[in-house]
Ligand binder design. Structure first.
Ligand code: SF4
Ligand code: SF4
Length: 564
């Protein structure tokens, strides 16, 4: 399973064994993990349901292009929407059945806006498309071909960000691949159980990624509060003789699972502002993503399911489920014994980075790592609605892992001064929620940042649209102008032809005559101007000449006055 092309030389290998130093990032929080309530049982399957709703855009980037029609029969794993470009992802049918609807529907997104969705009616036959797994052959395939397979399989980062995976792997000759098994946010345990149960597949996926980017080493980083996961991964890594893999437990500090923070912890390097990990020869991928890549390469399956943690005091049997994308959240909650009586709030994601869901009929999407059900006695940043003014205590600054000034960002975001929020590096904010968590005024700071980001994106989008409209208008004017000139030229040629037939002079002869007349007129005008004697020249004339001119002027003046 594990290739040998990156076997390290003895010196390098020994060096790595000794290089286990870890670094710290600024800020962060020690939070109550609340993991045990959902990680004690194995990953459970979810019963099929009648309809699956697939939002066309479940990822960061451009929505895919829908390639099926209402009424079409589709097979399990069939592509419903294709990625338009590299920053896009395909969508596949999670079941076999019929396309019932392509329409705008509510989707799980902080904006609460409707978006294009495809509804598939399940025929319960589970008939797959033809699958063509690559298998061990991937070792002989080019990075380019493997990236295309990953893109066509619709694989995105499954840690929650849902960034198309293939685009992250375009840099080859990356030194260090970090497989992120940190899962630092409280309550969420989907990566933990995945590592415990499917360690071999995760390592296989990591090896495929390593092959694509020609990495020299692979560090599997896992928080030290997941001993079972560490042991399971270590067991598989020990079977590998290449020395390519290294399991690295990291301290339990939130948000050490953030990409930039984890890179700092593991390597001591900092991703530059407005830069990418690839700028410092590092690539970070989630364990769930590595697992999905293994499934695509070895089983020929696109991304049609994911592990979701259903947890919190508001659900009867918290656990992890393997959920087909498009399954309703309500169906998942029912699989876990349904709501507790005092259930209050449904959050997609964890208590720090998640957002509230008003309608439990919404579908599970690629970014759904957790459904957290809180109760009336719990308060968390995601559902704070009443807050007090900022008292400038700077607690938010102390905990910010991105070294930002959260109160300044809040100030400018609430004043809708978007230029200033950008100057204060809003887009470096990872929305970890640490600032909101410690704020004594209970200001939902992250919500302000999300609002500012979405406004800026919308402005940029509108600007793009208006640029397109302006360009189209300008092209239309140029086109009309060209057409007008062409029309005139055609009618001129026609006139000339007619004139020639009638024996009249053609254009050139007419032009010569016109030019001659214009020159004659110009000569007359010049002569007249020379005849007008400026007052300053009067000094050079004799008294008699001056008198004559004066009389002529008086006559001209008199003539003018007489004119009606
Ligand atoms: S923690 Fe809250 S109150 Fe304190 S400075 Fe930050 S925003 Fe203001
Ligand atoms: S949410 Fe953003 S501003 Fe607040 S602590 Fe996290 S990174 Fe800093």
């Amino acid at each position: 399973m594990v290739g040998t092309r990156r076997r390290l030389c003895c010196t390098e290998s020994k060096l790595m064994e000794n290089t286990q130093q870890l670094w710290k990032f600024n800020g962060g929080l020690k939070l109550k993990p609340n993991k045990k309530i959902s990680n004690s049982s194995p990953i459970a399957p979810v019963a099929s349901q009648n309809h699956y709703v697939l939002p066309v855009q479940q990822h960061i980037g451009e929505a895919g292009e829908v390639i099926i029609n209402v009424g079409d029969r589709v097979l399990k794993g069939q592509t419903l929407a294709v990625a338009k470009n590299l920053i896009s992802a395909s969508i596949h049918s999670p079941v076999s059945g019929t396309v019932k609807e392509i329409s705008k529907q509510a989707v799980p997104h902080p904006s609460g806006l409707n978006a294009d969705c495809i509804t598939i009616e399940n025929d319960y036959t589970d008939e797959w498309i033809e699958r063509n797994p690559v298998g061990d052959n991937y070792n002989h395939m080019s990075s380019h071909d493997l990236r295309n397979i990953i893109r066509d399989a619709g694989i995105v980062g499954l840690g929650g960000a849902a960034f198309p995976t293939a685009i992250k792997q375009t840099e080859i000759h990356i030194d260090t691949l970090i497989i992120n098994g940190v899962e630092c946010e409280p309550y969420i345990t989907c990566d933990d159980v995945l590592m415990r149960e499917r360690a071999r597949e995760i390592i296989s996926g990591a090896d495929i990624i390593g092959h694509i980017i020609k990495a020299k080493e692979c560090v599997i980083a896992i928080e030290d509060n997941k001993p079972e996961a560490i042991a399971a991964i270590q067991k598989i890594v020990d079977e590998d003789a290449t020395g390519f893999f290294r399991v690295q437990p990291v301290p339990t500090i939130y948000p050490s699972g953030g990409e930039k923070q984890l890179i700092t912890v593991v390597t001591g390097k900092e991703v530059p502002i407005n830069g990418l990990p690839a700028d410092i020869d590092i690539l970070c991928q989630n364990v769930g993503t590595a697992y999905a890549i293994h499934k695509t390469i070895f089983d020929g399956e696109p991304l049609i399911s994911r592990v979701v943690t259903v947890t919190g005091k508001g659900v009867t049997q918290p656990q992890n489920l393997e959920v087909l994308l498009g399954t309703s959240m309500k169906h998942c909650i029912e699989q876990c014994g349904d709501y507790q009586d005092n259930a209050d709030c449904l959050i997609m994601g964890g208590p720090m980075m998640g957002f509230t869901i008003e309608n439990d009929q919404l579908p599970v999407v690629k970014a759904t790592n957790c459904l957290l059900l809180t109760t009336t006695d719990e308060i968390h940043p995601a559902n704070m609605s009443v807050h007090m003014p900022c008292i400038r205590c700077a607690k938010c600054v102390e905990v910010c892992p991105a070294n930002l000034l959260p109160q300044q960002l809040y100030w400018y975001a609430s004043a809708q001064n978007f230029e200033r929020v950008v100057e204060y590096h809003l887009f470096d904010c990872i929305e970890c929620g640490c600032c909101s968590y410690v704020c004594p005024s209970q200001i939902p700071l992250v919500q302000y940042y999300r609002f500012a980001k979405s406004e800026i994106w919308e402005q940029e989008y509108n600007q793009k649209l208006s640029n397109i409209a302006r360009q189209r208008h300008e092209s239309r004017i140029i086109r009309m102008d060209t057409q007008k000139r062409e029309r005139e030229e055609r009618s001129r040629k026609k006139r000339e032809m007619l004139n020639r037939k009638k024996g009249k002079p053609g254009r050139d002869e007419l032009d010569v005559k016109k030019d001659a007349i214009a020159e004659a007129l110009a000569r007359v005008k010049k002569k007249k101007e020379e005849q007008i004697v400026e007052p300053k020249n009067m000094d050079n004339l004799t008294t008699e000449q001056q008198l004559l001119i004066k009389q002529a002027d008086e006559r001209r003046a008199g003539n003018k006055q007489l004119k009606p």
